[in-house]
Ligand binder design. Structure first.
Ligand code: ADP
Length: 501
């Protein structure tokens, strides 16, 4: 079926959406707009305002004005609102997941999971809103009592990518709100709709106007947020290239910054592992979301003795991955997000071939924005396909002889987001897990996450952590308050206490 026929079958229509500033749905001041096409169907499905610095300024002013009151709200009120948002997300799961599926090109089953996981993040952040306390110091001397309190950072700029639009904004925004911040959010220009749908739910839940503002647009709007002096903190998820530039700007202005960037994540597979489970995790890790995850398991580092068998088992299982129409319930892998990204993937595959790696399976694009699940064997450490994030369905398989070599290969990129180890020997699993330089290490499992567990990367994979109770620290400033108990004794200047003139 051609993409045009598919779009007719699904009855896709272009939806006009507006931004959210100070509680109102607004176009951009310039009236400029941009259009998003559904990547799987090649038809326009959304038109959005193209924001510039003037729109961002209005959003920041609204967030600043709303902060005066929001920072004073008690934890119970914040928790109630965040819980209400979680409930509304669940109630609207069908509409939101269909939008995500069409706009991002991701399979409907996975879109639904993403929306429900997002609701879970709002719910967890609600529980943190009531635990936003600090420390008391009662052992500093008889005349001293001190406390360390958390205060909200202020107005947070949140910039998100297109691969998990609703999930990633939900890894940031509810935690920022739980901590008492207000926000200006900019979703990716490729997938703004579900963030705007979320904005409508925030209003329905009763969040005061201006607490969350959403602007749409591309790099220009993101840069305007980054550079606005009224933004106190930046929370960004996206490419390492943009994250680095953004951190540079934030550094000049000494803004707080939290970054979740790329990865070249490795699963280390020992010969004594449960190979059936590891093979399945290799396929899942490489092809889930077309490999467009910062956590994709784009490298397998497998013990040489079982490498051929392992690679062939992965290839066999990959044949069963259903690639195609994202709105079809049976689909496992949908469309690449856009033509530019497809070309990036093709270029990496070409580089892999030219470097002498062997294409064990796949390697080609299909009609439209689809790409074969691809496996390279005979990959060596210095090859580009072993070093750089491809963000596509391309798995590079490397081999090792010793655990030391496996760790050295796994740690041998500029990234450090996540890693995994597969072994039935507890000592091997634990010692390798300790030596892997990554923010998350999975042992005999891959790529699951929990709101309770901090997430983030070492090295070029980012700065700071999201999620977990640590999220409250990420979105807060600490203030130390020192109190005198009883009279202040002792004098700095030795002088009579003479009040007469
Ligand atoms: P991805 O392609 O994975 O979305 P990007 O890093 O290109 O990763 O984009 C992530 C987010 O950053 C998007 O919302 C994008 O519009 C925004 N962005 C792109 N360039 C800039 C920039 N120079 N400054 C701030 N934000 C930017």
């Amino acid at each position: 079926m051609s993409t045009t026929e598919q779009s007719n079958v699904h009855g896709l229509e272009l939806v006009e959406r507006q931004m959210l500033i100070d509680g109102a749905q607004v176009p951009s001041r310039s009236a400029e707009t941009f259009v998003r096409e559904a990547p799987a169907y090649g038809v326009p499905v959304g038109r959005f305002p193209e924001a510039d610095a003037e729109d961002v300024d209005l959003a920041v002013r609204a967030a600043r004005a709303a902060w005066a009151e929001w920072r004073q709200t008690d934890g119970a009120t914040r928790a109630k609102l965040l819980t209400a948002v979680a409930d509304l997300i669940r109630r609207n799961v069908d509409e939101i997941s269909r939008t995500e599926c069409v706009e991002a090109g991701k399979p409907i089953r996975q879109s639904r999971d993403e929306v429900l996981s997002s609701a879970g993040l709002w719910e967890y952040a609600a529980s943190l809103a009531r635990h936003n306390y600090g420390d008391a110091h009662n052992a500093l001397g008889s005349d001293t009592l001190a406390m360390v309190v958390r205060e909200p950072a202020g107005v947070v700029g949140i910039i998100t990518p297109w691969n998990f639009p609703l999930l990633i904004v939900s890894q940031k925004l509810p935690f920022a709100l739980a901590s008492g911040n207000t926000a200006v959010v900019k979703p990716s220009e490729h997938t703004p709709s579900t963030t705007l749908q979320l904005g409508a739910l925030l209003a329905e839940a009763g969040l005061p106007d201006g607490v969350v503002n959403i602007v749409t647009g591309a790099a220009r709007a993101g840069a305007a947020i980054t550079e606005h002096p009224g933004i106190d903190m930046l929370s960004f998820t996206g490419s390492t290239r943009v994250g680095r530039a953004l951190a540079g700007k934030a550094g000049e202005q000494l803004k707080k910054v939290e970054l979740e960037l790329g990865g070249k994540n490795a699963q280390v597979v020992f010969a004594d592992a449960d190979l059936d489970a590891a093979v399945d995790a290799a396929v899942f890790g490489a092809y889930f979301n077309v490999g467009q995850c910062c956590n994709s398991g784009s490298r397998i580092i497998v013990e040489a003795a079982i490498a051929d068998e392992f690679a062939h088992r992965v290839a066999k299982r990959a044949e069963h991955v259903v690639v195609g129409d994202p709105l079809d319930e049976r689909t496992d892998v949908g469309a690449i997000v856009n033509t530019g990204q497809l070309e990036v993937i093709e270029s990496y595959v070409r580089q892999g071939r030219e470097a002498g790696a062997n294409v064990l399976s796949g390697g080609n694009r299909r009609d439209g924005l689809f790409f074969d699940p691809t496996i390279f064997t005979g990959v060596t450490e210095q090859m580009t396909i072993a070093q750089e994030e491809i963000f596509g369905p391309v798995l590079s398989i490397l081999t090792f002889q010793t655990a030391e070599e496996a760790v050295s290969l796994a740690n041998g990129t500029s990234y450090g987001l996540s890693a995994g180890v597969w072994s039935s020997d507890v000592d091997t699993a634990l010692s390798v897990a300790r030596d892997l330089r990554a923010g998350t290490v999975w042992v005999n499992r891959w790529m699951d996450g929990y709101p309770e567990l901090p997430f983030g990367g070492f090295a070029a994979s980012g700065l700071g952590r999201e999620l977990g109770r640590q999220a409250l620290d990420a979105f807060s400033e600490l203030k130390t308050i020192q109190l005198q108990v009883g009279a202040r004794t002792g004098r700095w200047v030795d002088a009579p206490d003479d009040v007469s003139r």
